[in-house]
Design a protein around this ligand. Sequence first.
Ligand SMILES: [Zn+2]
Length: 171
Amino acid sequence: MKNILIIYTKKVCSNMNSAIISLIVVSLCAGSVIVYLFYKHLWLSLMDAVQSPTPLWVTIALMFLVGVYICLKTRSYYSKELRYKIHYFTFFGYKWRMRIYNDREKHFEVDRIPLCKIHDLPLLKDPNNSSLYCPEFPNKTCNSSMSQSMHCELYRRAVIYIDREVRNNKY
Ligand SMILES: [Zn+2]
C-alpha cells in the first residue's frame, strides 16, 4: 500500500511538472504571437499615415507653428543682444567703453579702441604702422596717440582695472 502511494505521488508530480512546462511554453508562444501582431499592426498604421496624402489644414498648421517658432527665436535673440548697459572708464589718459550684460554672470566687454578723453572721439588706426591717434591729431590740436604695442599694453591693463570696478561696484 505504501509503495503504491509513493508511485502514485511520483506520477502526479511528474505530470504536474510536465503541465507547468507545457503551460510556460504555450504562454511564451502566445505572447510572442501577440507582440508580433501588435507591432505589425502598429507598423502598418504608421506606414498608412506616412503614405496618405497630407490634408491641407495640417500643412497650414505646420507652417504656422514653424513661423511662430522662428518669430519667437528671433525675438529672444535680439532681446538678448540688447540687454546690456554701456559705461565709460578713464584709465591711462583714455576713455574706455565697456558693455556689461544683464546675464547672471555679469560678463562684460571692453572696446579695443579707446576714445580721446579731451575730444570724446574714438581713436583712428594708422594703416601704415597700426598706431592709434585722435582724429584731431592732424590739426595739431591734440597729441593723443599711441603705438601698436603701447595700445596692446594699455588695453590689457584697462581690462584688468575695469574688471576690478565691476567686481567692487554694483553694475
Ligand atoms: Zn583728442
